[in-house]
Design a protein around this ligand. Structure first.
Ligand code: ZN
Length: 254
């Protein structure tokens, strides 16, 4: 008699669970069914690879055209045709910039427009002031621009991009980025004061990295925006040269 009661109680406990499972066939994913994972979950997956691209200071001397390797294109890519695959919003923390918040936000937006203006693809979306934006060592799903001290001398700025870079060329893409401008330098508008590090100049270069373009270091490429060195007072990277635009349009179209 006791056994029968126990069996009855256990059966009562199991029954609702079993029937609940029966009523949820959609929750069981048989092999071969595509499961859509939210973009955020993909971006934060540990398998994301990272590149850190450092922009060094070097006194500027005029370029010597023709000294580069034959067939020099003056543009290159970070990883095959890896590029941003959707319009990216950007958070900007103007703290420690030494500039007004308005100037920092406006300047970085102008730099982004410089790239967006040369392709029909809308690469960059909204730029928002955010005091929590920082330069991360991990992928947090946010594109952040901030000012801080990179622990290495002579570094003007550093860009970190996360994405998939080692798979088949067609499967590679950039999922997110962070940029930090080094507070070892005095930032501002070098067209007004040539003793400053020009924010628009450097931001245009760094945002070029976030689109998938790499540095170029050849002497014959000193005039292009993606040339890998800069100096106080420099403003020539504010505007794109033909090689910068060629590289951009290979990734994003005309
Ligand atoms: Zn660079």
């Amino acid at each position: 008699m006791k056994k029968a009661i126990l069996f009855f109680i256990v059966a009562l406990m199991i029954a609702p669970v079993a029937s609940a499972i029966d009523r949820m066939p959609a929750e069981v994913k048989p092999a071969g069914v595509t499961v859509v994972i939210p973009r955020q979950a993909i971006d934060n997956a540990p398998a994301l690879e990272v590149f850190t691209i450092i922009h060094h200071a070097r006194p500027d001397k005029p370029g010597k055209p023709g000294k580069g390797p034959k067939g020099e294109t003056c543009y290159g890519f970070i990883s095959g045709k890896a590029k941003l695959i959707e319009t990216e919003n950007v958070l900007i923390n103007p703290t420690n910039s030494g500039m007004t918040e308005e100037d920092v936000l406006n300047t970085i937006q102008v730099s982004a427009s410089t790239w967006d203006n040369e392709t029909s693809t809308q690469i960059f979306g909204d730029f928002t002031k955010d005091y929590t934006a920082d330069f991360d060592t991990y992928a947090d799903g946010r594109n952040e621009v901030s000012f801080g001290n990179y622990p290495q001398n002579g570094v003007i700025a550093v860009t970190r991009i996360w994405g998939y870079f080692s798979g088949k060329p067609n499967s590679r893409y950039i999922s997110q980025f962070d940029i930090m401008f080094d507070t070892d330098f005095a930032w501002g508008d070098a067209e007004i004061d040539a003793t400053l590090m020009d924010l628009q100049n450097i931001a245009t270069h760094e945002l070029g990295h976030t689109t998938g373009l790499n540095d170029t270091y050849s002497d014959s490429c000193k005039e292009v925006t993606m040339y890998g060195y800069s100096a106080y007072g420099e403003t020539k990277k504010r505007t794109l040269e033909t090689p910068d635009i060629s590289g951009l349009q290979i990734l994003y179209g005309i």
